[in-house]
Design a protein around this ligand. Structure first.
Ligand SMILES: Cc1cc2nc3c(=O)[nH]c(=O)nc-3n(C[C@H](O)[C@H](O)[C@H](O)COP(=O)(O)OP(=O)(O)OC[C@H]3O[C@@H](n4cnc5c(N)ncnc54)[C@H](O)[C@@H]3O)c2cc1C
Length: 455
């Protein structure tokens, strides 16, 4: 067995949360070592460079109000690219129900439209978002954890029913291609209010006319540049399997036999990963339950090249939002010219992702292509499968992002990030006022500040 290595703080995980914490500690003179299971940094920020034209598999969109991400990019010399010109094209997509294309212009008066009269013009992919933003009871993002909001920690489905919506409206307005949970019954309305409050806050902070950014050479350049600025190089291929905090110092054990011995550990692992790591003494109470039960969203993306502009042949928009296993087929525009489609990504979420994850990648791609071709004969033979990323099947992520089931915000929200002995926790799931990449950085800074304050 290798001799234990020492440092003042050991950071487990080189995603945005872990790297943010490490850089903050380093700046405050604390000797910090980051260890990472994989052979790259970034975690759920992953630019698929091997597939060309910077297809992003993880965190892609940097809101123009993402103060932390933008300032890290500036500080570490990563050039950001304004994606505002491409956004208008995201609104252009065809609705597909039961293999039939319904144009946006047909939807307000379509016989399948189950939305209330005043909302008939809203498309299913926008419906829950607009509704939640309109009715959001939260004044500030942080309020989602306020016990006075506990009555809203009910299923999104119950909340929508409370507004008088039918089961069909909920199915089309949320369940069709879910961002959180398997369906509207599986996600807390309070989480959705938090997300809407965060989006609004972002828009308020954004400079006028700028919606968001990506990074030159891929968003992964940001964590890479952060890691390049660490005095101690990240140790790669260090898969932590257990943490022992019972002795004089805490110890992290890795599969390759390395043991890190340290006075403090910052653990940035998603709970889906953490639940498989042995911690001694064990976590207790609601924190233990949260680590065991907090779910993470199944998300699978399939990347396709197109051999021809098949949408010019059938006259429909290139992108589609479907109720089938293909989920949302998004035309990517990653080149200089935003009008030019560079490739396609099929986004499958929740049950669709779980179904595709059970198949070998080629079979999953064939299923998606078959479905697209059945809807659009002009696409026959025109899509070439490039690759697939399943976050649900990734052992170091165990899902795309954490979500809360009804009741879980009230039970876990306030306590799940509490330090456990010498172990402190961070990660996107512990963002208190921000979500996604910005939430990951918020949590990393908070934990590092706590350590600095007590050092
Ligand atoms: C498909 C997708 C799209 C997204 N789009 C956006 C977006 O557009 N905008 C946005 O803001 N956010 C987006 N996000 C969310 C954002 O990417 C994440 O919230 C953020 O990157 C999470 O950072 P983290 O540091 O908390 O976790 P991670 O990035 O998951 O970092 C954890 C690290 O721990 C490592 N690790 C795991 N297990 C072990 C182990 N046993 N031992 C040692 N190391 C281990 C992992 O390899 C990883 O590097 C998206 C996420 C996904 C999946």
């Amino acid at each position: 067995m290798t001799e234990p290595l020492c440092c003042e703080v050991l950071v487990i995980g080189a995603g945005l949360a872990g790297l943010t914490a490490a850089l903050h500690l380093q700046e405050n003179g604390i000797d910090t070592q980051v260890i990472e299971a994989q052979n790259r940094v970034g975690g759920r920020v992953h630019s698929m460079r091997q597939l060309g034209s910077n297809k992003e598999a993880g965190g892609a969109y940097i809101g123009a109000g993402y103060r932390r991400v933008i300032s890290a990019a500036k500080r570490y010399g990563v050039k950001l690219i304004d994606v505002t010109p491409t956004l208008e094209f995201f609104r252009e997509q065809e609705l597909v129900l039961e293999s039939r294309i319904i144009r946006q212009s047909e939807w307000p008066t379509h016989s399948d439209n189950p939305f209330p009269e005043k909302d008939k013009a809203l498309m299913p992919w926008n419906y829950s978002r607009v509704l939640i933003a309109r009715e959001n009871p939260l004044q500030k993002t942080e309020d989602w954890l306020d016990p006075n909001q506990a009555h809203n920690d009910v299923s999104l489905s119950d909340w929508m029913k409370g507004l008088g919506l039918s089961d069909k409206a909920i199915k089309l307005g949320y369940d069709m291609n879910v961002s959180f949970g398997d369906n509207a019954q599986d996600v807390s309305a309070l989480l959705m209010f938090f997300r809407a409050a965060f989006s609004l806050d972002q828009r308020k902070q954004a400079p006028k006319g700028v919606v968001g950014f990506t990074a030159l050479n891929g968003v992964q350049r940001i964590p890479e540049a952060m890691a390049e600025n660490l005095y101690n190089e990240v140790h790669y291929g260090k898969v932590v399997t257990s943490i022992d905090d019972s002795g004089e110092q805490a110890k992290a054990h890795c599969t390759d036999g390395t043991i890190y011995k340290t006075p403090r550990i910052v653990c940035s692992l998603p709970f889906g990963v953490l639940r498989n790591i042995k911690i001694n003494p064990t976590l207790t109470g609601l924190q233990q339950e949260a680590v065991k039960k907090l779910p993470s969203q199944p998300v699978t993306q399939l990347y396709f090249a197109h051999k021809s502009n098949f949408w010019e042949a059938d006259g429909f928009k290139p992108s589609m939002f479907t109720d089938g296993v293909a989920g949302m087929l998004a035309a990517a525009r990653n080149g200089e010219d935003p009008t030019k489609v560079t490739s396609f990504t099929a986004w499958a979420m929740g049950p669709n992702a779980a179904r595709l994850d059970s198949l070998p990648p080629k079979q999953a791609a064939d299923l998606v292509i078959q479905e697209i071709e059945a809807v659009r004969p002009a696409a026959r033979g025109q899509l070439e499968f490039l690759g697939l990323q399943s976050w649900g099947n990734d052992p170091f992520a165990q899902g795309g992002w954490a979500y809360f089931r009804p009741g879980q915000v009230s039970s876990f929200g306030a306590t799940m990030g509490t330090p456990h002995g010498r172990i402190l926790f961070c990660g996107e799931h512990l963002g208190l006022a921000n979500r996604g990449m910005e939430g990951a950085m918020e949590s990393g800074t908070r934990i590092a500040e706590e350590i600095v304050a007590t050092a």
